[in-house]
Ligand binder design. Structure first.
Ligand code: PGA
Length: 254
């Protein structure tokens, strides 16, 4: 099968799975088939609890010899600002631990938009340039926040935003503070913009659990509304949603 056939599966897919694991595994399988079809694929990667079983499935497939990441380049969506990369809660540490340390990817080609508050503008521009220089992202993996954020594009973010420094929304701080027991949760992050995300050729969104149902609903119906940044995905031609019943807004059977 040629690359185009595999990578441009459909213009919009909304798939509902029996569990978080099943949705995550299907998203992982799309990543694996993308890399098998295009060994030098450029992947956009995401962090968050939702992604843990996605990466576990990819590591298992690699260990079985089903896929190689030796020629892959990756760009993560976002990173906390002013958090050292070797801090256990940095997204660099998280990605190393969940994925990069366990597969054959060249770590020099795993990019995460590191920045301090005093150099973020230059770092953001560099990140955009680097993505463009690789030819752009073939498949962007995304989670969604309960407030509708994608990456750290919080409500109010512009449709055309690019990589930049952002202040985290109170709901994001509440959702992620549980991970920080040794220091206060960072208040700022550097994130790809909504426009950056929409530039990816294909997008796979994974959302599970009732806390995501309202955001998924707002994201998939009614056109772009800055109150739900993920609603911008309706403007993209190749988005696949991997949901469980709860995130899809379906009531559990009595
Ligand atoms: P979660 O985060 O996977 O931890 O729910 C998703 C997100 O905020 O994008």
């Amino acid at each position: 099968m040629d690359t185009e056939t595999i990578m441009l599966v459909s213009s919009f897919q909304r798939m509902i799975f029996a569990s978080h694991n099943a949705a995550a595994q299907a998203a992982a399988d799309l990543i694996i088939s993308t890399v098998r079809a295009k060994p030098d694929a450029v992947l956009g990667l995401a962090t968050g609890g939702t992604m843990e079983p996605v990466y576990a499935r990819i590591v298992a497939a690699f260990k079985k010899g089903a896929v190689s990441f030796a020629q892959v380049t990756s760009f993560n969506l976002d990173e906390y600002v002013d958090l050292p990369p070797d801090h256990p809660n940095s997204y660099r540490s998280t990605m190393d631990e969940l994925l990069f340390n366990h597969i054959d990817i060249d770590k020099a080609r795993t990019f995460i938009p590191a920045a301090r508050s005093d150099d973020s503008a230059a770092r953001a521009d560099d990140y955009e340039r680097l993505i463009a220089e690789t030819g752009g992202i073939d498949l962007q993996l995304l989670g969604i926040g309960g407030n509708g954020h994608i990456g750290f594009n919080e409500p109010g973010s512009s449709r055309d935003s690019r990589t930049r420094l952002v202040e985290l929304h109170q709901k994001t701080i509440e959702a992620n503070a549980r991970f920080f027991d040794d220091r206060p949760m960072p208040s700022h992050a550097i994130t790809m913009g909504i426009g950056t995300i929409l530039s990816a050729r294909n997008i796979a969104v994974v959302a599970t659990g009732t806390t995501k149902a309202d955001a998924v609903h707002a994201a998939t119906l009614g056109g772009f509304d800055a109150a739900c940044p993920a609603s911008a995905l309706q403007e993209h031609k190749h988005v696949s949603w991997f949901l469980d019943a709860a995130a899809a807004g379906q009531k559990a059977a009595a």
